[in-house]
Write a protein that binds this ligand. Sequence first.
Ligand code: GUN
Length: 286
Amino acid sequence: MEQSVQTRRIDGKQLAADLRERLRQRVAEAQLSPTLATILVGDDPASAVYVRSKTRAARQIGIDVRDHHLPATTSQDELHALLTRLNEDPEINGILLQLPLPAGLDEEALLDTIAPEKDVDGFHPVNLGLLLRGRPGLRPCTPAGCMDLIHHTGTSVSGKHAVVVGRSNIVGKPVALMLLAEHATVTICHSRTPDLPDQVRAADIVVAAAGRPNMIQGDWIKPGAIVIDVGINRLDDGSLVGDVDFDAAQGRAAWITPVPGGVGPMTIAHLMQNTVEAFCRQTSSG
Ligand code: GUN
C-alpha cells in the first residue's frame, strides 16, 4: 500500500485575481493607456462568454476595449482587411481573434496576418519562434498561466520529469518549450502514445491538455506529483470537468489545479499582461 499524500489545490482564481490587481495598479500608477481589439466571428455561445470575460477583465484593469462582433458569414477577405486596419491603427496595442472561427475561414492565414507585436495571444509564428529560441516575445497565455501555477507550488522545475498530454500549438507544444526552458526533462504524449498510463506514472509534473474528460486516472499519478489540468470539458449534465479525474487524484498528487478555477482564469490574466506589455513595448513606456 502506497502512502497517502496530502493533496493541495492550486487556487488559479486567486492567483489570477492577484495578477490582474498588480496590472491594474501598474496601469494606474504609470498612467498607461493600453487598448485591446477583440474580434468575435459568429455566434458560438462559449466563444461569446470567453470574449465577454476578457472584455470585463480588461476594463477593470484600465485597458480600453474595442469589440468587433461580426456575422458568421464574414469572408476571409473582410477579416483580413479588418486585421490589416487594426495592425496599422496606432491606437490599438493588442488584437484578439477569438478561436475557433466558423468553418470555411482559414484560421492559420488570419493568425499570420496579425502583427507579431500586437499578437497578445502569442499564437503568431514569430512569437512561437521567439519562445523556441528563448528570446523575449509575447508568450501564449494558457502555457504562461500553467507555468505560474507550477511556480506557485514553490517547486523548482529544474531536473524534474514533466509529461505534457496533448500537442496543440496553443497549449501542448508551447508549454513543453517553457518547461524545457526551465530545465525540465519533457515528454509530450498524444493520442497515438501507446503507453500513456506508464508515461504519466513517471511524471513529477503533469500538464493535461488533451480535451478528454477525466482521461487521466488517479492511479496514473505518481505520489507527490504536481498536476496542472488544462481541460475544460462540459458533460451532458452541464457540469464542467477537467482532463484529470480530480477526486481520484486526491491522496496522490501533492498539488492539483481545480476545474473550473485553475488554469482558465490564468489564461485571461495573461492576456491582460500581454496587452499591457504590448502597449509598453510599442510606446517605450511603463
Ligand atoms: N479559443 C480558446 N482559447 C483561446 C485563446 O486562448 N485565445 C483565442 N484567441 N481563442 C481561443
